[in-house]
Design a protein around this ligand. Structure first.
Ligand code: GMT
Length: 378
């Protein structure tokens, strides 16, 4: 199949899912064309059947605001036509689904049929809560897509509640390459960081306010007040990083907290972790938690959004009420002070990632889904 994929190419869960999907589809013999404003950060080098088409946004004196969605539409029309794509798969409703639906209409006038599949990741749905003026556009783009997928039952339900959706929404969860994301032997790294055999807590995010990164520092501070021998690694960057750093200094724990910034490959850092913390306000799926689980790291998270579909309470980690720092501290302490529990949860986390969310299991679901809208066998 010839598949066009559009996503936000920057650091973020939806871009990672779209890019890993494209790579996996190319490995399975499809020809994949990424259409985006820059090279997706996880794409690496392009190859014969994995190509990239850059969307250029040209400055024009009359346009006070750049018209990215129209440039994207034009590029989609061009790529579908000249690369003879079979399907367009866009990640995020706005503007990607909107551009794809418009491209489909333009192409239809030339007798070219291109089905559009839209994958919803979450903030494309919740953004309407903050800016209702987007609702008609999101609604139209979802309803006009030939197929719609959501990354969790939670997101499917939210979409159906918030919009007047007339088509079905298929749930296809996030996935992980469990051969890449596994526990590696990083003892030298661990010894360098933890000369006194301290335990290691890890948090990875884009430090947007929704991630509650300062809560991670607060939990760590409380564990240190209990004299627990522990270190904290924070990976990623974003708006709340400065606040979290400031808090670590104010609370006097900064010597045992490392802000590592944006890092690839994260599996090396996760390989020395004992617990992963995710105190998010909401998560439609929680890809970073799945990456941790795949590396055998139990997760302590907020009991919100799609996280209960991923984390099994008491087996692969713990789910705490949102903003309940006490509960999160207790659960983290429980894991860090009981080696048997930590080991059991680590094994179950890894097992769940392999059994339920491996790339080899989930990518065929997308292939099967595409087939509903194309005549081309996958
Ligand atoms: O979490 C973010 O801020 C990034 C965001 C994105 O769209 O890039 O992630 C969302 O999509 C991911 C992939 O489907 C999910 O795993 C994340 O849970 C989801 N983030 C939120 O719902 C906050």
């Amino acid at each position: 199949m010839k598949i066009g994929i559009t996503c936000y190419p920057v650091y973020g869960g939806s871009g990672v899912v779209a890019t890993e999907l494209g790579k996996a589809l190319a490995d399975r013999g499809h020809q994949v064309h990424f259409i985006a404003y820059s090279l997706p950060f996880r794409l690496g080098s392009v190859q014969d059947n994995l190509l990239f088409h850059e969307v250029n946004v040209n400055a024009y004196p009359l346009f006070e605001y750049p018209n990215y969605s129209l440039n994207l539409t034009s590029k989609m029309v061009d790529v579908v036509k000249y690369e003879q794509l079979d399907i367009l798969h866009v990640h995020y409703a706005i503007p990607h689904a909107t551009s794809a639906v418009l491209a489909r209409q333009i192409l239809a006038r030339e007798g070219i049929h291109i089905p559009v599949v839209t994958t919803l990741h979450g903030t494309d749905i919740t953004i309407v809560g903050r800016d209702p003026s987007f609702k008609p556009v999101v609604n139209y783009s979802i309803n006009e897509s030939d197929g719609v997928t959501a990354v969790s039952d939670y997101l499917r339900h939210e979409t159906l509640c918030r919009f007047d959706v007339s088509n079905d929404i298929e749930v296809i969860p996030n996935f992980i390459d469990t051969t890449r994301f596994r526990r590696l032997n990083k003892e030298h790294f661990r010894r360098a960081l933890c000369p006194n055999e301290e335990k290691v807590i890890v948090h990875i995010s884009n430090f947007r306010p929704v991630k509650h990164a300062p809560d991670v520092v607060e939990v760590f501070h409380r564990l240190r007040q209990d004299n627990l021998s522990v270190k904290l690694l924070l990976v990623g960057d974003g708006p709340d990083r400065a606040a979290a750093e400031h808090m670590a200094r104010e609370l006097g724990v900064h010597d045992d907290v490392r802000f590592l910034g944006k890092q690839e490959p994260v599996e090396e850092i996760l390989s020395i972790a004992d617990v992963f913390l995710m105190p998010s306000e909401t998560e439609t799926f929680g890809l970073a938690a799945l990456e941790a689980m795949s590396c055998g790291v139990p997760v302590v998270a907020s009991n919100v959004g799609g996280l209960p579909e991923l984390i099994i309470e008491g087996e692969t980690g713990f789910l705490c009420a949102l903003n309940d720092i006490d509960a999160m501290t207790d659960c983290t302490r429980k894991i860090l002070t009981d080696d048997d529990l930590q080991k059991k949860m680590a094994e179950k986390s890894r097992q769940r990632a392999v059994d339920e969310f491996d790339v080899q299991k989930i990518v065929p679901l997308y292939e099967k889904y595409y087939q509903k809208f194309t005549a081309v066998p996958a």
